[in-house]
Design a protein around this ligand. Structure first.
Ligand code: AMP
Length: 499
């Protein structure tokens, strides 16, 4: 199998003049990108990086970030990206945990790098504004003997955002990355010359795969440094983007933006989402707004890229579909320690995925404790709850940890959220369990409202729905904004703790 560096060289050989990257006024074709990346390897060599070393990348989604990615892939250096909003202490954790041998960062992370205890001892490349970095790289001689990695070598080390304590490193091989990229292309029916918005962070599984899927199809990745819904809409219209692959929150914010109605979004034919469930209301509103040719619910994770996909996401009831082309999934009893038994059709169970998937990692980065928790007899335990219908479609109902136990009943928030989200006065909603003397936990809904809507109206809405009575929220809290992680996932735990 090709390694990821070869993937870039092959894209350049296939069509040198196809546009690979746009960042503001800067553009690179595949030919130019491959040429620059071979010179950027000389820069990495100059930092003293050897095969298998980690380069810590603390960058927004810029053209230079993509260049650094491709250079590491050609050089057999492990691309180790982390959130550019990192605090100095966290940066020290990532440096220590990954054992990174060098750092590349942009201006947004300069203060954290300066204040980090460990960063000072490492070779560091600082990227400033403008074209200076690309000029600097193009003045270097090309490195010889590329690509240096074989498909079994490690390509990336991605950190999952730890909900408690620091994140875990997920090392992934070139082979797993390429299989994931190819699956992404197939599952989203990408054709050659696709153009996508490069806003999912390049330190997250979705961002890396967007970039890779574009190279596999000689497509265009339009860099957006950080999310701003109005700017995203401008980029969609200006570059006639054809495919979007985002977390639900970003879709939500684009739809809610005042300039949405006036933006020409007709070029967008393929919608995809992952990372979190999408409410029935948002699915319906996006379907109406874009009338896409296909609308993919991609259920997966950093550890194994694809669990399942559904190309008809807005069809109700909204399902995550069936196993991806490289995947096999099962549902095991929630209270089981092992993975021997399956739950019956319609019964909730923990979703487990076969670890021999071409797209899978093979264990966390020096975390035998995490391996022991997540891997059992060749299966990866997702920590997600779901059920299968009689046709074999998967419905993901939430995280085991998010389950609300109220009066002895197990309640998963997503079903309640979907019902409330359909009320016309509701922009967004998150349901959590909060401590209750009598019930143990009581169901509470945090709502951002589109206009004026009262708790009584929402309660009446739930009563006339199919929602079982014990699932009805007992409290409604109206908030300006829901807390979100840097990649745009809702942080339920902050609401549970009522922070
Ligand atoms: P991450 O590794 O950050 O991509 O997070 C993976 C987790 O996000 C999964 O285990 C699910 O809990 C959640 N997730 C990802 N995709 C979906 C989806 N399409 N629907 C529901 N939850 C999802």
């Amino acid at each position: 199998m090709f390694d990821i560096g070869r993937t870039l060289l092959a894209a350049a050989a296939r069509d040198r003049s196809s546009l690979a990257l746009v960042d503001g006024e800067q553009t690179l074709t595949y030919g130019e990108l491959a040429e620059l990346a071979t010179r950027a390897v000389t820069l990495l060599d100059g930092l003293g990086l050897q095969a298998g070393d980690r380069l810590l990348v603390v960058m927004q989604n810029r053209i230079e970030t993509a260049l650094a990615y491709w250079a590491t892939q050609l050089a057999d250096v492990i691309f180790t990206p982390v959130n550019w909003r990192v605090k100095p202490g966290e940066l020290d954790f990532f440096l220590r945990d990954s054992g990174a041998r060098a750092i590349i960062h942009c201006g947004a992370a300069a203060d954290a790098v300066a204040a980090s205890e460990l960063a000072g001892g490492l070779p560091t490349v600082a990227i400033d504004q403008g074209e200076a970095f690309l000029d600097r790289v193009s003045a270097l001689p090309p490195a010889a003997g590329l690509p240096r990695a074989s498909a079994d070598r490690l390509s990336v080390l991605l950190y999952t955002s730890g909900t408690t304590g620091p994140g875990k490193g997920v090392p992934r091989s070139h082979q797993a990355e390429r299989a994931a990229g190819l699956a992404h292309v197939a599952q989203n029916a990408y054709l050659s010359g696709e153009a996508t918005l490069g806003i999912m962070p390049l330190y997250h599984t979705m961002g890396v795969r967007s970039l890779l899927a574009m190279a596999l199809t000689n497509g265009l990745f339009v860099c957006q440094h950080k999310f701003d819904a109005g700017q995203s809409l401008e980029l969609i219209a200006r570059h006639r983007l054809t495919a979007l692959y985002l977390v639900p929150t970003l879709y939500h914010d684009m739809l809610a933006h005042p300039s949405f109605a006036a933006t020409d979004i007709t070029s967008v034919r393929k919608l995809g989402f992952a990372g979190a469930p999408m409410t029935a209301s948002l699915l319906a509103r996006l379907d109406a707004a874009f009338s896409p040719d296909l609308f993919v619910n991609h259920y997966g994770s950093t550890e194994i890229y694809t669990f399942t996909t559904n190309r008809h996401a807005p069809k109700t009831p909204p399902s995550a579909g069936r196993a991806g082309i490289n995947s096999e999934i099962r549902l095991v009893p929630l209270d089981a320690d092992g993975v021997d038994d399956d739950v019956a059709i319609g019964e909730p169970g923990q979703i487990v995925a076969r670890l021999s998937s071409d797209e899978a990692f093979s264990g966390y980065w020096y975390r035998p404790d995490a391996d022991a928790k997540a891997i059992r007899d060749g299966w990866y335990l997702t920590g997600d709850v779901g059920y299968l219908d009689a046709e074999g479609n998967l419905f993901v109902t939430g995280r085991i940890d998010d389950m609300i136990i109220s009066g002895g009943e197990n309640i998963l928030p997503t079903e309640i959220e979907s019902v409330i989200s359909l009320h016309p006065g509701v922009l967004d909603v998150v349901v959590v369990g909060q401590p209750d003397e009598r019930l143990g936990q009581r169901v509470a809904a945090y709502v951002t409202a589109a206009g004026t809507v009262s708790p009584q109206e929402l309660d009446a809405w739930c009563r006339q729905s199919d929602l079982a009575d014990f699932k009805r929220p007992r409290d409604y809290v109206f908030v300006e904004e829901l807390p979100k992680s840097p990649v745009g996932k809702i942080l339920r735990r902050l609401l549970v703790a009522a922070e």
